[in-house]
Design a binder for this molecule. Structure first.
Ligand code: FNR
Length: 355
């Protein structure tokens, strides 16, 4: 299903935009590893203890998700489909999935939330942002997310500098086409009047900057882009409500491990104090089950959602989410589980290295 939608998306998209979505940094080692690492793992099902009445819902700081699959933040959805982020929001809300909408969105966050609310009364929409070098800009973005009704903030910390995207450099793709803009970056302090400010990243960002955000908002703050267990512990210490193990889908640094390989040590460091999410390379319900067994409370999907959106708009995103959840439910049944927390680390083995 996901492979078919990707093929349809490839046909629908301008090849340069397809490369922008699909690509990674360097030789795209990490991009490939994210998926390959899942294929190196296997599940040992438990038997004679399951149920035909399975409950897939997970409670997360910032909202409940009908299943442990959430939409990771990805940029510029109107490159994929004219309905853009609103289509994604409607599909996620209809599926009961948490949507993490990003600062790099071609639709302003209040319109994204309105889209989600047009199909569900209490959709969970979270807002992802970077720590801008100008604290006033970060504060404005946080204020916009709060005013829009977002349930949580997700601060991405793996981008002190922009990743060097190999395919974009080769294609000369640096700017959005005319008519599209990073809508959340309009009318910010220090930006051009009536225009959009560049998305700010800074190698000078520190834990104090993150703490400042935590202290100034009532929303739960997730920290996205953690790979080192000591950073996960630090995030908890500054008041993070959750940690997202992620290598940005292989789009930042080509020398890091696969996300799922980094997961267990982060789960151990966090030691149950806050939930851990994982994204990167999830492309089937079995991957969801593996990540949960290794301690993730839920997984995020980035590119699969973009493929659904490009292939068939809102209906395509819905197909992606429904198929992942359906496959996960099937995997849970085969593992003798009734709810996501029934998947445990003792059920995961390395393929070929068992026994
Ligand atoms: C991303 N990702 C991302 N993450 C983030 O925190 N802010 C952002 O603006 C973006 N933008 C973005 C654009 C595109 C085109 C992609 C593919 C990804 C990373 C994203 O949230 C997530 O970590 C990965 O996409 C997960 O990997 P998979 O599911 O794509 O394999």
């Amino acid at each position: 299903m996901l492979a078919r939608l990707h093929e349809e998306a490839r046909r629908a998209l301008d090849p340069v935009h397809h490369d922008y979505y699909a690509g990674g940094v360097g030789a795209e080692v990490v991009l490939a590893e994210n998926e390959a690492a899942f294929a190196r793992l296997a599940l040992l099902p438990r038997v004679l203890r399951g149920s035909s009445r399975r409950d897939l819902a997970v409670d997360l700081p910032g909202g409940r998700s009908a299943a442990p699959v959430v939409v990771s933040p990805t940029a510029f959805h109107r490159l994929a489909h004219p309905d853009g982020e609103v289509a994604t929001a409607r599909a996620a809300a209809a599926a009961g999935a948490v949507l993490i909408t990003g600062v790099a969105s071609t639709t302003a966050v209040d319109e994204v939330v309105a889209g989600a609310r047009s199909v569900a009364s209490h959709p969970a929409v979270w807002f992802q942002l970077y720590l801008d070098p100008a604290p006033g800009v970060t504060d404005s973005l946080v204020g916009r997310a709060e005013d829009a009704g977002c349930g949580a903030l997700v601060v991405t910390v793996d981008s002190p500098v922009f990743g060097r995207h190999t395919r974009d450099a080769a294609n000369g793709f640096h700017d959005l086409p005319a008519g599209l803009a990073a809508a959340n970056m309009r009318d910010l302090p220090g930006g051009p009047p009536g225009g959009t400010r560049d998305i700010g990243m800074s190698a000078d960002q520190s834990w104090d900057d993150l703490r400042r955000v935590v202290e100034r908002t009532d929303l739960p703050v997730w920290v996205k882009g953690v790979l080192h267990p000591a950073d996960a512990a630090e995030a908890v210490a500054v008041g993070a409500a959750g940690v997202v193990v992620s290598n940005h889908g292989g789009r930042q640094f080509d020398v890091v491990p696969a996300a799922v390989d980094a997961l267990p040590a982060v789960v151990d460091a966090v030691a149950g104090r806050v939930p851990v999410l994982l994204d990167g390379g999830v492309h089937g319900g079995g991957d969801v089950a593996l990540a949960l067994a290794l301690g993730a409370r839920a997984v995020g999907v980035g590119r699969p959602v973009l493929w659904g959106l490009a292939a068939a708009g809102e209906a395509g995103v819905r197909q992606v989410l429904d198929s992942l959840v359906d496959e996960f439910d099937h995997a849970l049944a085969l593992c003798g589980g009734q709810r996501p927390s029934d998947l445990t680390r003792d059920m995961v083995v390395r393929r070929g290295a068992f026994g």
